[in-house]
Design a protein around this ligand. Structure first.
Ligand code: 13P
Ligand code: SF4
Length: 320
């Protein structure tokens, strides 16, 4: 505990000294979220993280999340120093969508508008017409569908299938998945619902369709937090990374939040839904990044950056 207090104190000093601000995702550990709040940074979903970093006047952004979030920040504000607690924090969606294979897929379907999820590398974004996050995927696809566009979507197949079902758009899907959300099990969730019939079910759309079908609300992390505040229920079953419970419980201390079940072969695991890459964002790693930037700084090649900026700017303008 003393160690942690020492890290917190030192990080606060370093943030001030370096004109740096901490931008954290809801899936990072509670102590990281608390520190971001306390130091005038932000804790939010991927879209709001991008917007916050883009608008903030700090010289340095320290992005506590996974690599695509740091890259997005660097693409949007190349004049800023963008640091991450660790450059090892990746994402199974990013890993499962190599730029060369994705480019070949796009080239094979030149009649389609390419829409990629934010959870991708700068090189994949550079091949896209649009970038979306889960909070605006439905709106963007609805817009493109209303213009009669056919869509090539990547990489998350569950989010893609959900959007396709909601909008009826013509979408060709890359077959990626988030290893965290892919583990939620519909059969075990049905059992849990029987046990707590008064609970509302909140589901992130990176979850399998059978789980999404059981939801009372589907949305990005911010949208799920909002739903937990505006829905009248006193109890919620939540199918997303457990990092989100910090904010939900903080905003609604009298409500009860329980984790949706994960696990295979009928066995259920509660308390398992935590992204291993988000978990790498510890206090020590943040302190290290601010003490010595080497090995913590995000760089994006200039030509790549210029191309990736177009679909990202499109997203931010659309989301206004
Ligand atoms: P959102 O916060 O945009 O819902 O993203 C979820 C996610 O998986 C980020 O890794
Ligand atoms: Fe990627 Fe899933 Fe981790 Fe988010 S929770 S960073 S989508 S692996």
């Amino acid at each position: 505990a003393d160690d942690k207090q020492a890290y917190r104190t030192r990080i606060k000093q370093l943030l001030k000294q370096q004109d740096a601000v901490l931008v954290a995702h809801y899936y990072t550990d509670p102590e990281i979220q608390a520190l971001a709040e306390e130091t005038g940074g932000c804790v939010s979903d991927s879209l709001e993280m991008a917007r916050f970093g883009n608008q903030h006047s700090a010289k340095t952004l320290i992005v506590a999340g996974v690599k695509f979030m740091g890259e997005t920040a660097k693409i949007l504000t190349p004049e800023k120093t963008v640091l991450m607690p660790t450059l090892e924090a990746t994402c199974s969606l990013d890993l499962g969508c190599p730029a060369d294979e994705f480019t070949a897929f796009c080239d094979a379907h030149p009649d389609r508008v390419v829409v990629v999820y934010a959870n991708t590398s700068a090189a994949v974004k550079a091949r896209a017409d649009w970038v979306v996050t889960s909070s605006i995927a439905l709106d963007v696809i609805e817009h493109l569908d209303s213009e009669g566009k056919k869509i090539l979507w990547g990489p998350d197949r569950h989010l893609g299938a959900y959007v396709q079902k909601q909008t009826g758009a013509d979408m060709l899907l890359w077959q990626g998945a988030c290893i965290v959300h892919d583990e939620f099990k519909a059969s075990a969730l049905i059992e849990l619902k029987k046990q707590y019939p008064q609970a509302a079910v909140l589901v992130h759309p990176e979850s399998p369709a059978a789980v999404v079908d059981l939801a009372d609300a589907v949305g990005s992390t911010s949208q799920l937090i909002k739903a937990s505040q505006t829905m009248p229920n006193e109890m919620f079953i939540v199918a997303t990374d457990k990092g989100i419970f910090y904010k939900m419980q903080q905003a609604m201390p009298d409500k009860t939040f329980i984790e949706a079940p994960t696990g295979g072969n009928g066995a259920t695991c509660r308390s398992c839904a935590h992204c291993p890459w988000m978990a790498m964002n510890g206090l020590k790693a943040i302190e290290e990044a601010l003490t010595d930037a080497s090995g913590h700084e995000i760089f994006v090649d200039g030509a790549l950056r210029e191309r990736a900026l177009l679909p990202l700017d499109r997203m931010l303008s659309f989301a206004k």
